[in-house]
Design a protein around this ligand. Structure first.
Ligand SMILES: NC(=O)c1ccc[n+]([C@@H]2O[C@H](COP(=O)([O-])OP(=O)(O)OC[C@H]3O[C@@H](n4cnc5c(N)ncnc54)[C@H](O)[C@@H]3O)[C@@H](O)[C@H]2O)c1
Length: 95
């Protein structure tokens, strides 16, 4: 069943693969990321996909997605302990 799904941290390593898989099963995907550790290149191939939207925002200020959604995936957080240690407010509390 397809739906509208939000992927927080969707431009990260894991999140970008999740975006790929959700789009492959015909979900509409709203990727929210502040690119603190994620890479634009991870989702660049999705830029022209009709079902993909990228919102650049810091999730700690709230989730800037309007309208109904069928699911929210949390893939944001520190990839490595050193990242969280060096930038705790940018990465907490998603991991
Ligand atoms: N990569 C792994 O092998 C692995 C294994 C086990 C668990 N995890 C956990 O899975 C999560 C994701 O891992 P990853 O390797 O994809 O890391 P990643 O750093 O590649 O992805 C995290 C994403 O979250 C985004 N982000 C962080 N803080 C944000 C904020 N405040 N607002 C918006 N976006 C924000 C980053 O920009 C990045 O795109 C982490 O919590 C990590 O600890 C990862």
């Amino acid at each position: 069943m397809s739906g509208r799904v939000v992927v927080l941290g969707g431009s990260g390593f894991l999140g970008s693969h999740l975006c790929d898989q959700l789009l492959a099963r015909d979900d509409e995907v709203v990727c929210v990321d502040n690119f603190s550790t994620g890479r634009r290149a991870n989702v660049a191939h999705l830029a022209d996909h009709a079902g993909f939207a990228l919102v650049e925002a810091d999730i700690s200020a709230g989730i800037p997605v309007d309208g109904s959604v069928s699911g929210v995936f949390w893939q944001w957080g520190a990839r490595a302990p050193a990242t969280a240690w060096n930038s705790p407010t940018a990465t907490a509390p998603g991991s």
